[in-house]
Design a protein around this ligand. Sequence first.
Ligand code: NG1
Ligand code: ZN
Length: 559
Amino acid sequence: MSSSAAAAPPVDHTQLFDRIAAAAKNYPKPDVTFGYGTAGFRTLGKRLPSVIFSVGLLAVLRSQRFNGKAIGVMVTASHNPEADNGVKLVDPAGEMLEQSWEAYATTLANCASPAELVAAYKQLAEQLHINIGAPASVVYAADTRPSSPELIKALEAALAAFGDHVKTNNIGVTTTPILHYVVKATNDTSGEYGEPTIEGYQKKTAAAFKALIGNRGPLKPLPVDCANGVGALSLADFSKHIGDLLPFRPLNTELNKEGVLNYQCGADYVKTKQQLPPSVAESGLLNHPDNRGASFDGDADRLIYYYLKGGKSFRLLDGDKIAVLAALFIGDLVTRAKLTDKIQVGVVQTAYANGSSTKFIKSRNIPVTCTATGVKHLHHAALNYDIGVYFEANGHGTVLFSDDTIATLKKTEPESPDQDRAIKHLLALSQLINQAVGDALSDLLLVEVVLAHRGWSAEEWDAGYEDLPNRLVKVEVPDRHIFHTTDAERKLTSPAGLQARIDEAVLKVEQGRSFVRPSGTEDCVRVYAEAATSSAVDTLAAAVTDLVKTAAAEAAPHP
Ligand code: NG1
Ligand code: ZN
């Protein structure tokens, strides 16, 4: 193959470069430095057209790198305010873009002129030995933000420059996890993963949910706060597929009203404020102690549950609680399937997981891995388990079943009806749970399945362990880049001496734990603290915040 390629005459791509340059003129780069971070590019929507254009070029290269497999482009800024927007690339298996390519995305996004962009693109293709005339395929979608249609036009302008050899599939306005699903399903040659459409996702998920609920339904109505985002659409669509089996009570479903997206609602609001969104409180739907509610974030890849204990006091059921619920249930199924010697269930968390959850999981003999913040790290670590349950405390996560596990489940001959049921349930769970990425809707259905099987209310789910009081503080500093971490971000290596001072502060409080890391998505440093009591954690968080501010000020250049 390489010898014939070497013998082929050089192809002249001048016309392609001219078309790219001509189209790029309509998307001048603003005077901003862009960086592809944990969440892709994310900033004010009006600053992004040139970035999206450059992402279009990179998506084509990435697809060519995989011999024309589909690459995804998702336009969203998740839980951020409505005026923000963002863009992320999705790799062929439905995963986040491979880390080494993030730098290429950053390089293209920061080209100041069309000529510079074409030169950088050409150089990148040469460096990576990619034939820019090869076929490519790009699947894309956007959330409901007002700036999204214009950004999609910028993406399409970049893709159009390539003409017919780039296949495009605009799946429209949908959630981030559905786009990931469609990318994975498009590239799945076995045809087993599901139809590569939004409808295909809904059908597959609904079928698995029905199989798992069996005759346990209909379930009690569930209020779902959709953050006035795209999750409202997918929830309404999904509802048509399951009828009354799980009646939703959708809240915050305004998609055409200005300024309401993620405003005083949504998973991030609930997790950060540790309280009900005012709209959910006013609905009265949670006033009964047996009721539970859920919140999505703006692009429906995060899920938080809650209830009012005794009909009054707010209780958060976050990503840690969901991970515990899922891991113990799946662990029990593996035991009943008599496969504990072949299938290891493990949990992956970040340092933001509440210490009580980690202790509780370990006490049940389930292994726990701690990784750096960011879903790609968790996802990667979860692949090391046969069934890997990964969740960030903020409600972002999923459960991954390895191919070997699926094969084991399929070939095991059950010796009892109970073993048979457990195997079938595990297989149905692998169909229910989005295997590409964290998905608020499929995670919600997972929670509902477990509660239905256990016969539990939210309060019974909550009873396993008690969260340690915790605080998350955002500290603005002159330069967050001076903060470097090690040990899955649990220890600082610089500024020098700061970690030792944090350790001293931690020792002063009972069950204290605290760590500091620079945010990957915002210009700030985050301080996390937990301790035995609310007042102790306040003291610890304040002490560490002061230490961070002092160290940052000392390191800043003096005027
Ligand atoms: P940063 O800004 O790096 O802390 C935040 C969340 C992450 C993850 C990313 C991506 C916290 C403390 N951090 O990252 O968990 O969700 O955004 O959206 O919640
Ligand atoms: Zn999100």
